[in-house]
Design a protein around this ligand. Structure first.
Ligand code: F6R
Length: 636
């Protein structure tokens, strides 16, 4: 954990601990929960925990289970109250929070069933008010909540207190925000299937807890955390009311902390060590603040924006500007696999070997196409030996409607050719006829949905000119046996990636997910791939292998972060979009980013155009679009 100076935290209105990764954070939070439980146990008293669901606490619950199994942490004196439940979902529903809590925690520890409380998603409408009053009463009767665990939604919600929830709000029925429903769309296979209402504790209820710990991981939470932690207290960001609480702490990872002032513009909070990456960040920041190209920045532009120390360090604006201009210029290359027979001293990728073995990982179909569709096309055109690996089939996010379309297509083929198509089709059609939209799929239906995504993905790869013999699906076990937000990895996952490394022996690896929520598919795949690489270090190919991160739809790379910028011509951008359209089963499931409520292909187009525009504003050449990459430092 970083231990910042007092100045560094001056903008933060909630005490915030930033950890290198979520594992470290979770160990810390679990230790404090464990201490509390044990202390109360020694006093022969109960402890009342307020619990959350969603991806964020999954690892925390795993750590608590570990403490229970390996270190005997008892749960017999624990009373729990969950924040919320979807309205209309029965407890046995796969996406209900009842089921989530049972599977993720309660089944594995010795908590007494009568001590577990969650809002009832099935309570009759006419009884909701009474139920909510009663829920509050039960919290009070238990002695009030000792420690409340919270996640934060991208709307700024805590519990399901969406924007507009006041500080005095109590347990009640609420309507879910559109962004929240979109964020849950993949869990429910389509936004239309996400419940519209929920029962949640209120902001006022939450603030009555004696202690609160808010957890958050990954890039996608960075923006809202800054507003909640550093902004004004307002109804439009209910999490901002945590600033009022005398004993509230945020435990967040590096990626989620990125937008806090002490990380975003650290020179504004105190003295800094001017490392090259920070210098580039500061120059790009001044240029964007002043809307000036880098080469036109003056000494006073730096001075007036609190960057005198940078001028002192580097001499003058003139030299500084030139240096950063060149650095940015050198990130741009139309040769993502290296330019053969040319001086590569200022290029992001070495010239040799001219034909590289390139390994591209797509966590789910569509991820790599969004992040680097144009670059994939270039790598193929430049004759590199490219292996494209879809790490999972993506079957979890295929809506039933898409399965219906596919069955009906296959039926047409059967009728036209009057051939025997396996009984499977009939049983799948029967299942789709009877199941409710968000019932769990049978193994056969899930496999069929995987085929739909594989078919879309292969068609999309053809658009990019990839050799289909080199497009693989490795179907990592964690995905095939899991659900969104609840995956568990095992050694078998790492072994498959190790096997791939052994056969491909890549010069370049492209992947994503470094800053993703660690429980998301991309976040898990990133960690599995890097763990496999760490175990391959002694192999001859590993020393020279470059790892490149393409941007995810969660977050585009910012100009100062980019190590390689691959420009796309108008024709290349059109080709990329054509490829993305093939992933039609993914319509209506893309989380909204910033103010972009478009489909993933529109978001990708906007993001690539925006990167080009940012480079243009900094004084680089004006391109139609740019795909951006960051280099992963792999040397020890
Ligand atoms: C869950 C809850 C929500 C989540 C929030 C973040 O009980 O009340 O506020 O904590 O939506 O969700 P994840 O963790 O899935 O990003």
């Amino acid at each position: 954990m970083d231990s910042p100076s007092v100045e560094a935290e001056q903008f933060e209105r909630i005490k915030t601990s930033v950890f290198r990764n979520s594992d470290e954070a979770v160990r810390d939070v679990a230790a404090s929960i464990s201490n509390l439980i044990r202390r109360r146990q020694s006093e022969r008293k109960n402890v009342v925990l307020g619990l959350a669901t969603g991806s964020t606490p999954v690892k925390l619950y795993q750590e608590l289970i570990r403490l229970h199994l390996q270190e005997g942490l008892p749960f017999a004196n624990v009373i729990s109250f969950n924040l919320d439940e979807y309205y209309g979902l029965p407890p046995e529903h796969p996406e209900s929070y009842h089921r989530f809590m049972a599977v993720q925690l309660f089944q594995h520890v010795n908590i007494l069933p009568e001590n577990v409380h969650l809002p009832d998603g099935m309570v009759d409408r006419s009884k909701v008010f009474e139920f909510c009053l009663n829920y509050e009463r039960r919290i009070r009767d238990a002695g009030g909540i000792d420690l409340q665990i919270l996640g934060i939604g991208r709307t700024g919600h805590i519990g399901f207190n969406e924007p507009g929830s006041g500080i005095d709000s109590r347990t009640r029925m609420v309507a879910l925000d559109r962004i929240t429903r979109r964020d849950a769309a993949r869990d429910f296979r389509g936004e239309a299937n996400v419940p519209e209402h929920a029962i949640t504790m209120g902001v006022g209820t939450i603030l009555e807890a004696r202690e609160i710990q808010l957890l958050a991981w990954g890039d996608s939470k960075a923006g809202i955390l800054r507003i909640a932690i550093e902004g004004e207290q307002v109804d439009s960001v209910p999490a901002s009311y945590l600033q009022r609480h005398p004993n509230c702490t945020c435990a967040i990872d590096n990626a989620a902390a990125a937008a806090l002032t002490r990380f975003k513009t650290p020179w504004r909070v105190g003295p800094v060590a001017w490392e090259p990456s920070l210098i580039r960040k500061a120059v790009v920041w001044v240029a964007s603040e002043l809307k000036k190209p880098v080469l036109r920045l003056r000494d006073e532009d730096y001075a007036e924006n609190g960057l005198t120390s940078l001028l002192v360090e580097t001499g003058s604006a003139y030299r500084l500007n030139l240096r950063i201009f060149n650095e940015l210029q050198h990130t741009i290359t139309g040769w993502p696999g290296g330019k053969p027979n040319s001086d590569d001293s200022n290029r992001p990728v070495p010239a040799e070997p001219a034909q590289k073995r390139v390994l591209v990982f797509g966590p789910e179909p569509l991820d790599a196409e969004i992040g680097m569709g144009g670059t994939l096309n270039r790598l193929v055109n430049h004759g590199h030996d490219l292996t494209f690996v879809y790490v999972t089939s993506g079957n979890l996010s295929v809506p039933d409607n898409e399965a219906r379309v596919a069955i009906s297509l296959l039926n047409e083929i059967r009728l036209a050719q009057s051939e025997q198509i396996p009984k499977l089709l009939e049983s799948l059609a029967a299942e789709l006829g009877t199941k409710a939209a968000y019932d769990e799929d049978s193994a056969a239906l899930r496999q069929f949905k995987g085929l739909i995504r594989k078919a879309e993905a292969r068609a999309a790869c053809q658009i990019l000119g990839l050799d289909l013999n080199k497009v693989d699906f490795v179907d990592l076990p964690f995905y095939e046996t899991g659900r969104y937000r609840q995956f568990q990895t095992t050694e078998a996952d790492t072994q498959r990636i190790l096997g791939l490394f052994k056969t491909v022996r890549p010069h370049q690896v492209y992947l994503t997910g470094s800053g993703a929520d660690p429980s998301s598919v991309a976040g898990i795949v990133y960690r599995v791939v890097m763990a496999a690489f760490a175990r391959s270090r002694t192999e001859d190919w590993a020393a020279g292998c470059q790892f490149w991160l393409y941007a995810s739809s969660d977050r585009a790379w910012l100009s100062h972060e980019i190590d390689m910028a691959v420009p796309l011509s108008p024709a290349e951008l059109t080709l990329k979009l054509e490829c993305l359209y093939h992933h039609r089963s993914q319509r209506n499931q893309t989380p909204f980013i910033e103010h972009d409520s478009g489909e993933s292909w529109q978001q990708a187009e906007n993001a690539n155009r925006a990167t080009a525009h940012e480079y243009d504003k900094l004084g680089m050449a004006e391109y139609e679009a740019i795909e951006a990459f960051r280099r992963v430092k792999t040397d020890r």
